[in-house]
Design a protein around this ligand. Structure first.
Ligand code: KIV
Ligand code: NA
Length: 267
């Protein structure tokens, strides 16, 4: 398209052709993703995959802004959604609005994402009513890893399924334009997708969702260990290693730089 996709464009895709999305964090990789997907998430997973943190809990608003800017600047077509980091939105809806407004103003992104269902519904309504499109995130919510007892799939008993369904319905009714459903059993993903008026974006949530997302570094083969729900579509880590090995060998044997890479005096 000649203009960037918007949150309403994504909302309008409910029940239609699957929505394609990936994360991206840098100006190096985002331009390759941009023409091929519907939206790009600058996820707080960047703390783990780009900054070697143990969880996403240490990611700051400033770090999200730095990466969000880089991705907005280096793309032209996709809607850019930026994650609200842990601690920037939970205490009050006013805090949440101020943090979301900084993300929007300082990155130029088109929407923000936050984790949580029923307890975040009021916050989502408050932010959305003030002009900021909000994507929600339910099921396995990584910012709650300590409360969940680890990165584990969710919805294995009826009570858990009931609770996650209520979370999804609450964020939809609150005015979120889409909801990420992460790490849940397939029947629950299906039930949520039927129950809510907004697109469900699945990650480890079966093919029943209205769209899919993966962490770019995981699907490209840039991360050493990946969860069950990841499929590797590339072996970029191996490609990097073989390029670096070839360079190292040529430097050591003085065959790089060669004639073609060497300046000669003009006179
Ligand atoms: O931070 C992230 O990458 C995410 C997606 C996995 C949905 O929240
Ligand atoms: Na995230």
């Amino acid at each position: 398209p000649e203009r960037r996709r918007t949150a309403p464009d994504i909302l309008a895709r409910k029940g239609g052709e699957p929505i394609v999305s990936l994360t991206a964090y840098s100006a190096a990789l985002a331009p390759f993703v941009d023409p091929l997907v519907d939206f790009i998430l600058v996820g707080d997973s960047l703390g783990m995959v780009e900054h070697a943190m143990e969880s996403t809990l240490s990611v700051s608003l400033d770090l999200m802004i730095a990466h969000g800017r880089a991705v907005v600047r280096s793309t032209a077509q996709s809607l850019i959604v930026v994650d609200m980091p842990f601690g920037s939105y939970e205490a009050s809806k006013e805090d949440a609005f101020r943090a979301a407004a900084r993300l929007m103003a300082e990155t130029g992104c088109g929407a923000v994402k936050l984790e949580g269902g029923v307890p975040m519904a009021e916050t989502i309504a408050f932010i959305a009513a003030r002009g900021i499109p909000v994507m929600a995130h339910v099921g396995l919510t990584p910012q709650a890893v300590n409360a969940l007892g680890g990165f584990k799939s969710q919805g294995h008993d009826a009570a858990a399924r009931e609770k996650i369904l209520a979370d999804a319905v609450a964020v939809s009714q609150a005015g979120a334009f889409a909801v990420v459903v992460e790490g849940v059993v397939a029947p629950l993903a299906e039930e949520i997708t039927r129950a809510v008026a907004i697109p469900t974006i699945g990650i480890g949530a079966s093919s029943a969702c209205d769209g899919q997302i993966l962490v770019l570094n995981d699907m490209l083969g840039l991360t050493p260990r990946v969860p069950k729900f990841v499929k590797r579509y590339g072996a970029i880590g191996e490609a990097v290693a073989s390029a670096v090995a070839a360079y190292a060998e040529e430097v050591r044997e003085r065959s790089f730089p060669g004639e073609a890479q060497t300046y000669k005096p003009r006179g």
